[in-house]
Design a protein around this ligand. Structure first.
Ligand SMILES: C[S@@+](CC[C@H](N)C(=O)[O-])C[C@H]1O[C@@H](n2cnc3c(N)ncnc32)[C@H](O)[C@@H]1O
Length: 256
């Protein structure tokens, strides 16, 4: 269970005053019950809300599919044990959450994102596949509303391209993982390639909507190999492995 329970408490008022902070109440295996806090229309200024179909198309048809790489890195000794809980941060249209939930039916998967339209896309496709071990929730990855040491596995793909608070995100990742828990991160290495979808989304959103700009940058943030590796040394991981493969870089970390 992802006992997000909105920390069930006095914080709900505080959260209401913070448009960016989104929380939910969740049970991964049963139907997820979603509670989205007021966003004061703030979500409208995200490209991922405005042209969700375009990002989903890029994710599903154009980007590298790392599903097998993720599985090989996380479960090299065999399938996940029943009851393993996995969270995907910034899941977007839920590509990896759905694939992993489909491959391993005894895995409990929750994908979290702040874009309701991305989550809608993810939920629809998960439902079409009859995936009951996969849920999607609107949550701020910088303030995951769950207890410490909750998850066995965490994955994040392309999140840092649009998330400036990378150290804060890493601290949250470390916090929510159990001892022995592992995280797998995948990020692009070349800004030009990584920026093309963002740029196209800016153009499309400009044509189809009349917003006053969007929170995402025109240019994707891409870390150098050294900066990427350095990112993981701010938490006391027991093991850190980073590597590059063509246009992507990866990290696999284990919490001691
Ligand atoms: C570039 S997309 C990556 C989507 C997917 N993981 C993939 O592999 O393509 C980044 C996602 O992170 C989400 N995101 C960015 N900042 C976030 C935050 N603070 N909390 C939750 N989601 C966030 C965006 O809404 C977007 O769906």
């Amino acid at each position: 269970m992802f006992n997000l329970i909105i920390k069930q408490y006095s914080r709900s008022e505080e959260l209401m005053q913070q448009p960016d902070v989104i929380a939910s109440n969740h049970n991964v295996v049963k139907t997820a019950s979603i509670m989205t806090l007021s966003t004061n229309g703030d979500h409208n200024n995200s490209l991922f809300e405005q042209v969700p179909w375009f990002y989903a198309f890029c994710r599903e048809q154009l980007f590298r599919d790392d599903t097998e790489r993720i599985i090989a890195a996380l479960w090299q000794d065999g399938d996940p044990v029943p009851g393993t809980e996995l969270i995907e941060l910034g899941c977007g249209p839920g590509f990896y959450s759905r694939r992993l939930a489909q491959r391993f039916r005894n895995l409990s998967v929750v994908g979290v994102d702040r874009s309701e339209n991305q989550l809608h896309w993810a939920r629809q496709r998960a439902a079409a596949r009859g995936l009951v071990n996969c849920a999607f929730e609107r949550v701020n990855v910088l303030e995951l509303p769950c207890s410490d040491a909750h998850f066995d596995v965490l994955i994040a793909s392309r999140l840092f391209t649009v998330l400036p608070e990378q150290h804060q995100a890493l601290a949250e990742m470390y916090r929510v993982l159990k001892t022995g828990g592992r995280c797998f991160i995948a990020e692009p290495r070349y800004a030009v390639w990584a920026s093309i979808p963002l740029f196209a989304m800016w153009l499309l959103a400009g044509v189809t909507h009349s917003g006053n700009g969007y929170r995402e940058p025109l240019k994707a943030t891409v870390l150098t190999d050294a900066a990427f590796e350095n990112l993981f040394h701010h938490q006391p991981w027991k093991r850190i492995q980073t590597w590059q493969d063509g246009r992507y870089q990866y990290a696999l970390c284990e919490k001691g």
